[in-house]
Design a protein around this ligand. Sequence first.
Ligand SMILES: CC(=O)CC(=O)SCCNC(=O)CCNC(=O)[C@H](O)C(C)(C)COP(=O)(O)OP(=O)(O)OC[C@H]1O[C@@H](n2cnc3c(N)ncnc32)[C@H](O)[C@@H]1OP(=O)(O)O
Length: 403
Amino acid sequence: MGLSGNAAIVGAAQYKPEKYQTAPQMFHLEQVADLAHKALLDAGLHKDDLDGLVINGPHFHEASVFVPAMAAEYLGIEVNFAEVVDLGGCTAVAQIWRAAAAIEMGLCQAVLCVIPARMAPLGPDEDPAWMAQAMRFGGHSTAYGAPEAEFDLPYGHMGQNTGYAMIAQRYAAQYGYDKSAMAKIAVDQRFNAQYHKDAIFRGKELTVEEVLASKLVADPLHVLEIVMPVAGGAAVIVASKELAARAKKRPAFVTGFGERLSFKSPSYAKDMTVTPVAEAAKRAFAMAGLTPQDIHAAQIYDCYTITVLLSLEDAGFVPKGEGQRFIKEHNLTWKGDFPLNTHGGQLSFGQAAAAGGFSQVIEAFDQISNSAEGRQLKGCDNIFVSGTGGVMSEQGALILQGG
Ligand SMILES: CC(=O)CC(=O)SCCNC(=O)CCNC(=O)[C@H](O)C(C)(C)COP(=O)(O)OP(=O)(O)OC[C@H]1O[C@@H](n2cnc3c(N)ncnc32)[C@H](O)[C@@H]1OP(=O)(O)O
């Protein structure tokens, strides 16, 4: 059951992450068109090749419903497959496997997966404070009747920072917490960012001491172990094997995927230290017929350092409770023996809202297609990519393989 590996990523585009204050403002439809154009150019395909569309629904500026129809109309395409994905930071990974599955089912031949994440110009009735408000509560719903509005927010579980800190505290109680190992994740990724021309923290190298001396946001998480929100956006084209054969770059075939939603708030987790990627990765590896030992690079969703630690363990790269030792024993940079988040991760490349997860997908494609200028891994054929939504509540895994 699953994919046969007959669909591949053939082209991609993403905006350089920028601070919101200085980034250009564009309507989301404009961003979709611009990103699609750039991704098609990257692939060497034409707009008329597209017959599938997967897009984000939440936070789409110009519509809250009928988003795919509006976007397809704006692009001037007709599609046989249209989907909205609402999985927070897991959305990018989830878009890719849905596109691959639709292609393998014969519904379509080329799918545009896209998430615009630059601010749109605000209309006269729009409140410029909406984003600050949204950040304050993170993924929590404040709607009347929402469980988290009643049982999380009143107790100080605000936004994502506290939730991930709570998970880190639990991990510390069960397995111990080595602060310098955790900081090393951010440091090795920052090293990688020095080799990506678009990384927001390029030109700013980092040491373990600096991470540990930075502001404590939610104990034990320091500010330099937490992503910084930036403006951005990304698009990826997934195409059939036949179309992939005429693409400009070496395709990255989608040979395995898994997805798991375990809870909305970690307050309801059976065990906060066991994350949904465990099941998602198991399924993805089995589908691809590979094991973690076959992987040449891991692009792990990294909203926080604790996300990376738990994902490495639960995806099977290292046994439970031994992740911190593993991190200290291995060089996680693109020059090292365990290349991790070779673009810098979202911690150092920047997190463009739900499009942030695309940075991991696109880095995997860049590595497989030999386009990772300045940080290219040698013989990189098999890559593991993870996506994380909410507070470790929904996770996805992809196995991408060079054709
Ligand atoms: C989406 C999903 O489903 C899953 C997920 O990814 S969960 C994660 C979602 N993302 C978030 O929740 C955002 C997390 N980040 C934050 O809340 C904030 O960045 C923070 C609280 C950590 C820091 O905010 P702050 O203290 O108000 O910092 P702020 O006043 O904005 O900036 C001060 C300086 O620190 C820098 N900075 C801010 N956040 C930073 C960060 N995370 N890392 C490094 N530098 C940061 C700014 O660039 C700024 O520098 P300059 O003075 O040189 O311009």
